[in-house]
Design a protein around this ligand. Structure first.
Ligand SMILES: Nc1ncnc2c1ncn2[C@@H]1O[C@H](COP(=O)(O)OP(=O)(O)OP(=O)(O)O)[C@@H](O)[C@H]1O
Ligand SMILES: [Mg+2]
Length: 234
């Protein structure tokens, strides 16, 4: 997979009607490979819309979405399906684990849809849950469930890990450990990680901070000295 580059993306809901919403208004940026990028913005700014487009779950109304020399915006249904399956790991605010499968089974299921997954036990270890693989989600704390969700995304060995408010449901200490884990996934394991948040303190942990307001990028800066997540004031 090559570099990810978004060029002049627009997303317009209900186009031409009186309830038209311009959710993304001429958005352009590049993602740094093997780094943690944080997209910061208030509720309704367009963060989830942007993440869903990056994840191949939604189409932009216009603009380019380059992946190396390919334009994902022009992908067929089948190509998009393969992209979601093979290239993307997605982490949601409320984990979305299957309640009747154990932690390990949740991860195995995700591994089973790709051709060269990582080893489930190794990934469980990576997220610090090697002893909890046989527990069901209801037997795990919120932070542990989010670790399983991260493991489930990582086991696919995706190039791009997309996280929509991954600490929104967690207390500050657990949240900090999750941000630290995602930072390490990027920097130690060389994945491109994007976290969306409305929390400007969490944003300081990113190596690139992209601020979005009313569907437009209002700031895009490299952060030379990312804040250690344990220092975040939530
Ligand atoms: N399917 C849709 N149809 C119409 N408007 C939509 C749709 N999805 C999102 N919007 C609108 O697009 C804008 C951006 O929404 P989006 O969900 O991307 O915001 P967000 O930054 O993720 O907000 P939050 O922090 O609350 O999750 C909002 O005004 C929203 O109401
Ligand atoms: Mg959202």
């Amino acid at each position: 997979m090559g570099k990810i580059k978004i060029n002049h993306i627009f997303k317009i809901y209900n186009q031409g009607q009186d309830n038209e919403v311009v959710a993304l208004n001429d958005v352009s940026f590049e993602l740094d490979e093997g780094k943690l990028t944080i997209i910061l913005g208030a509720s309704g700014a367009g963060k989830s819309t942007l993440l869903n487009i990056l994840g191949g779950m939604d189409n932009a109304t216009s603009g380019e979405f380059l992946l190396g020399d390919k334009d994902v915006a022009k992908y067929s249904f089948k190509e998009l399906s393969n992209y979601r399956r093979n290239d993307i790991g997605f982490i949601f605010q409320f984990y979305n684990l299957l309640p009747n499968l154990t932690a390990k089974e949740n991860i195995d299921l995700s591994a089973s849809i790709v051709s060269s997954p990582l080893n489930t036990d190794e990934v469980l270890k990576l997220v610090g849950l090697e002893k909890r693989g046989n527990n069901f989600p209801s037997q795990l704390s919120g932070g542990e469930q989010q670790r399983v969700a991260i493991a489930r995304a990582i086991v696919k060995n995706p190039t791009l890990l997309l996280c929509d408010e991954p600490t929104g449901a967690l207390d500050s200490k657990t949240g900090a450990s999750i941000i630290k884990l995602l930072y390490d996934v990027a920097n130690v394991h060389n994945r491109t990680v994007v976290i969306v948040t409305h929390n400007s303190e969490i944003a300081k942990c990113g190596q690139r901070i992209i601020r979005i307001a009313d569907g437009q990028i209002v700031e895009n800066t490299i952060n030379e000295h990312p804040l250690d997540p344990s220092e975040v004031k939530w």
